[in-house]
Design a protein around this ligand. Structure first.
Ligand code: AMP
Ligand code: ZN
Length: 117
């Protein structure tokens, strides 16, 4: 399958790994928008949040278990987790991933969506 994040998990494409376990792989985003910007992905290929089912949803719990550990390791106890699902939300890589962001005081409200139209 021609999937960028599957290739990163397999080591075919290099990444800066920050965490790995049986279910989850995490690495630094190549274009960070915050001092901590890590992508947490399931090792199994799931295309987007629309494809989470009763069969595979346990991996999402694993991702959130990992997120807290990773943030703590990086020195943060306040952070934001974002999942972009589909084109309007700005999902560019079609392998489920969660952005783990921290190290900056974040805004909240309509403007924080970064609307383009
Ligand atoms: P999204 O726009 O939610 O699909 O997020 C995809 C993210 O993947 C973006 O933040 C990109 O900067 C990041 N990205 C793309 N290619 C790579 C790569 N080779 N290594 C690390 N992060 C990447
Ligand atoms: Zn994949």
């Amino acid at each position: 399958m021609d999937c960028l994040f599957c290739k990163i998990i397999d080591g075919e494409i290099p990444s800066t790994k920050v965490y790995e376990d049986e279910y989850v792989f995490a690495f630094n985003d190549i274009a960070p928008i915050a001092p901590m910007h890590i992508l947490i992905v399931p090792k199994v290929h799931i295309t987007s949040a629309n494809d989470i089912t009763g069969e595979n949803s346990s991996v999402v719990a694993k991702i959130f278990e990992a997120a807290g550990k990773i943030a703590k390791e990086q020195g943060y106890d306040s952070y934001r987790i974002i999942n972009n699902c589909g084109d309007d939300a700005g999902q560019t890589v079609k392998h489920l991933h969660f952005h783990l962001l921290g190290g900056v005081k974040m805004g909240w409200g309509p403007e924080s969506l970064g609307k383009t139209e």
